[in-house]
Design a protein around this ligand. Sequence first.
Ligand SMILES: N[C@@H](CCC(=O)N[C@@H](CS)C(=O)NCC(=O)O)C(=O)O
Length: 202
Amino acid sequence: MITLHNLDQSRGHRIAWLLEELGRPYDIVRYAREPGTLKAPPSLAAVHPLGKSPVIVDGDTTLAESGAIMSWLLARHGGERLLRTTGDAGFDHYLFWFHFGEGSGTLPLTLLHVLAPLAPASDGLTAAALAQLHRALDLAEDRLTQSACFADDAFSAADIMMSYPLIAARDRGFLPGSATKIAGFLDRMESRPAFQRAIEKE
Ligand SMILES: N[C@@H](CCC(=O)N[C@@H](CS)C(=O)NCC(=O)O)C(=O)O
């Protein structure tokens, strides 16, 4: 059995969603954020020294970092249909967007979160982070004018990775009204039965 250690309102949703798409049984151990700081509780660091969510325990293996966990689960638990590999037309796009989802796509959102309480002292940095975020959103919008999903026209694990920063940007009011492709993509992702089942289970 796979165990997902998941902090409330976190990237751990990606992992529950993937496990639902894969049809794999799993348990969830839930952690509440610390009041005031919204940090992870110390008990999460007892599971993995990073002390952040998500973490999975799969047999003898304990793994953190959502991208690493996704790759592990796809490789070990029948993820072929959600992967693109060498020889697939969308392989380069798959790799780019799979990693962009936790790299350049999420970094400006994290910076904006950290900088918000420091305003106005951080106004210059906030403007720089906002510019990076808008560049990332423009790139994503442009990609979705070329294909229905990030790797190609069919759903893949890159879409799960990308949904986290796009949902966060939309819910925090950063998604411009002109980003109609992203808005439509998120509607499609959020209406997937596996996405909904993951939310119910969390
Ligand atoms: N790059 C890591 C980021 C992990 C991360 O920052 N998780 C957040 C939840 S979305 C967290 O645990 N925050 C609480 C804390 O940092 O104390 C991943 O993709 O797993």
